[in-house]
Design a protein around this ligand. Structure first.
Ligand code: DQA
Length: 143
């Protein structure tokens, strides 16, 4: 199987940006661990980060056609604003797992609503970087 991991805006600053909220691990650390976990299980994995909504949408469109069976996405701030990312995910037939490092429900009210949750098959929030590994484990177990 093949899985796409998508990280939204500002997640390139992981480890530097508000470490008390988002942890000290960098995005590279997270992606390295995910690659090891996937490759160890005989899976293909593509990890991408973008600060641009349209680039995330293009990556979701590409996943429709290249045999990707699941998308693990942390849409970051676009979670709360992007009907366009929701629409792109609605055009993808595989599984979608939404991941947030922080517990968005414990934070400001504007983070409580997620457009992506209208499509996600599963949501993990508040478990830090471990959430990505758990999402990948679930996706590979159910394939
Ligand atoms: C986030 C939560 C979002 O509200 C925020 O805009 C982010 C990161 C998280 O992983 O906790 O950038 O998606």
């Amino acid at each position: 199987g093949k899985v796409l991991v998508l990280h939204g805006p500002n997640l390139n600053l992981l480890g530097i940006r508000q470490p008390e909220i988002y942890g000290r691990e960098t995005l590279e650390d997270i992606d390295d661990a995910l690659r090891e976990q996937a490759l160890g299980a005989g899976w293909e994995i593509d990890c991408r980060q973008s600060n641009h909504e349209g680039e995330l949408i293009d990556a979701i469109h590409a996943a429709r056609l290249d045999g990707t069976v699941a998308i693990i996405i942390n849409p970051a701030a676009y979670t709360h604003t992007s009907v366009a990312i929701l629409d792109a995910l609605n055009a993808f037939d595989g599984r979608v797992i939404e991941v947030h490092l922080s517990n968005v429900h414990k934070r400001e009210a504007f983070r409580h609503h997620s457009y992506v949750s209208l499509r996600a098959d599963g949501v993990i929030a508040g478990l830090g970087s471990r959430g990505y590994g758990l999402a990948l484990e679930a996706v590979m177990a159910d394939a």
